[in-house]
Ligand binder design. Structure first.
Ligand code: ZN
Length: 134
């Protein structure tokens, strides 16, 4: 996969993140699932909106992709997320047979930038810096 493609997917994940922030849906995290170059699922954290501690962006993107493919097996798909997947999201990726995971911010980045400095812009900046280093 080219860096340009990954940047497009990450940009969509960032847009999901901002959508969730503006709506007050939950934590600042967004994800997309891609198959054969097409985004087939996207989602942002909706833990607060749904009162559902499992409504992580990754899981919502996986659910949408599975519905679109009418298949629980997402072999051949990649997941692109703004943040390092939680254990819950990582387990979901494994159960769905996601081939690869790309993420922008590590858990350390998130702790330093989002929850300590409370700056959503830094999240986006870190994601872009990450893309430039791969
Ligand atoms: Zn998660």
């Amino acid at each position: 996969m080219s860096n340009e493609s990954l940047e497009i997917y990450m940009q969509k994940a960032i847009e999901e993140t901002y959508d969730g922030i503006h709506k007050g849906d939950g934590g600042p995290f967004g994800s997309v699932v891609v198959k054969d170059g097409e985004i087939i699922g996207s989602g942002h954290n909706m833990v607060i909106r749904k009162n559902d501690p499992t409504a992580h962006g990754e899981l919502l993107a996986i659910r949408e992709a599975s519905q679109k493919l009418n298949n629980f097996d997402l072999s051949g798909c990649i997941l692109v997320s703004t943040g390092e997947p939680s254990l819950l999201s990582l387990a979901a990726c494994l159960w769905a047979n996601i081939d690869k995971i790309y993420y922008g911010c590590s858990n350390d980045d998130i702790q330093k930038s989002v929850f300590v400095m409370k700056s959503w812009m830094i999240l986006s900046t870190i994601c872009h810096i990450f893309l430039k280093t791969i």
